[in-house]
Design a binder for this molecule. Structure first.
Ligand code: SIN
Length: 361
């Protein structure tokens, strides 16, 4: 004998299914929060001023990492956060040894399965340099996000807390995996290679001239719109794990009436490479060119960059680079060209190879 389902039995079955689904939902574990480690290095984000309206003339690098975390309880909603005080410095004092220490710590942490991403709090003055250094030497696809602030923690409308919140949610996000080292400032996501500080004091100081930012952070979500085509992190040939120092590379600047004094002094002090931040498309003044040739003859690597800040440095344009055995910086500004040349010199002394690297990273 077969039973036809009645309307009442169908309703009961439907109700039971809803109950089971509801119970399952209630018991489902919450989505796993990512583990993000904040490495604090100092800067204005950790700075304090005499009054709430002190936005210049404050003291950078005074607030410790635990206090930074405590000031933003909302962090607990987006990640399990832990903090380490790696340094406590104003970023004009960042040097090669700091970078090696930081990079090694980042690589150790990211190799751990219980670390999903890293945020580095940093002074804004050299933030772009540390970001690019890490972009070239971090050996992981996990997110690494640098963040700073233009106003000290004591200021009215301090930007540090929201920047830190955005950086942590970005470092905790799947969207940031494999994107290279990122910078989160002023609700924007920017790439380490191309970002630069363009203003002494305004909140929108960080820009990626012409090439553009990667995306925004809005409503506690990262939105990516573009990505750099240049190789980074796990796809580079640089390895700092055994390094205790980096080769000396210095920057000389082009300007009207320039002479060879600074260049000669750097070479005499043992520079292994020189970045020449020339005027325009990296032009070389007649008074400087002989000193550059002499330096190259001594084995010093010469990279032509531009002080202009935007555009490609044309190889064999304003100088006969093939003949002079010089390298050009592509679109890198002088301070970033210095970083790539230091790392390049840890691998090779060949100008051809180093030129390849400048077109690759
Ligand atoms: C610094 O770079 O340490 C001071 C300036 C800043 O963080 O904005």
């Amino acid at each position: 004998m077969t039973h036809q389902p009645t309307r009442r039995s169908m309703m009961a079955l439907f109700g039971f299914m809803l109950f089971v689904a509801g119970a399952a939902q209630a018991e489902a574990p919450p989505a796993r929060l990512a583990n993000v480690t904040i490495l604090a290095t100092g800067g204005t984000i950790a700075g304090t001023g005499a009054t709430s309206t002190t936005t210049v003339g404050y003291t950078a690098a005074t607030v410790g990492v635990q206090a930074l975390i405590k000031a933003v309880p909302e962090l607990a909603k987006v990640a399990h956060v832990s903090g380490e005080q790696v340094f406590q410095i104003a970023s004009e004092n960042m040097d090669n040894e700091h970078w090696l220490t930081l990079a090694k710590r980042v690589n150790v942490l990211l190799a751990q399965s219980n670390v999903d991403g890293i945020v580095i709090t940093h002074g804004t003055d050299t933030l772009e340099e540390t970001a690019y250094f890490l972009d070239l030497v971090v050996k992981s696809r996990k997110p690494v996000v640098l963040v700073g602030a233009m106003r000290p923690s004591t200021a009215l409308s301090a930007d540090g807390p929201i920047n830190l919140y955005n950086a942590v949610l970005l470092a905790a996000s799947q969207e940031a995996v494999g994107k290279g080292v990122l910078v989160a400032m002023n609700d924007q996501i920017q790439a380490a290679r191309d970002i630069t500080k363009t203003n002494t004091s305004t909140l929108d100081a960080f820009r990626t001239p012409e090439l553009g930012m990667l995306g925004y952070i809005q409503g506690s979500r990262p939105f990516f719109y573009r990505q750099s085509t240049r190789k980074h992190t796990i796809d580079t040939e640089f390895d700092v794990s055994a390094l205790t120092a980096l080769p000396q590379v210095d920057i000389v600047y082009g300007y009207a009436n320039v002479g060879p004094v600074a260049l000669d002094a750097f070479v005499a002090a043992g520079a292994k490479g020189i970045i020449h931040a020339g005027v325009g498309d990296g032009s070389l003044a007649d008074k400087v060119l002989p000193a550059l040739k002499a330096a190259r003859a001594k084995g010093v690597l010469i990279v032509r960059a531009s002080r202009v800040g935007q555009g490609i440095l044309a190889r064999n344009g304003e100088a006969k680079d093939d003949e002079l055995d010089f390298v050009v910086a592509d679109t890198l500004n002088a301070q970033k060209a210095r970083i790539l040349l230091m790392l390049a010199l840890t691998r090779t002394g060949s100008s051809k190879e180093i030129q390849r690297m400048f077109y690759t990273y």
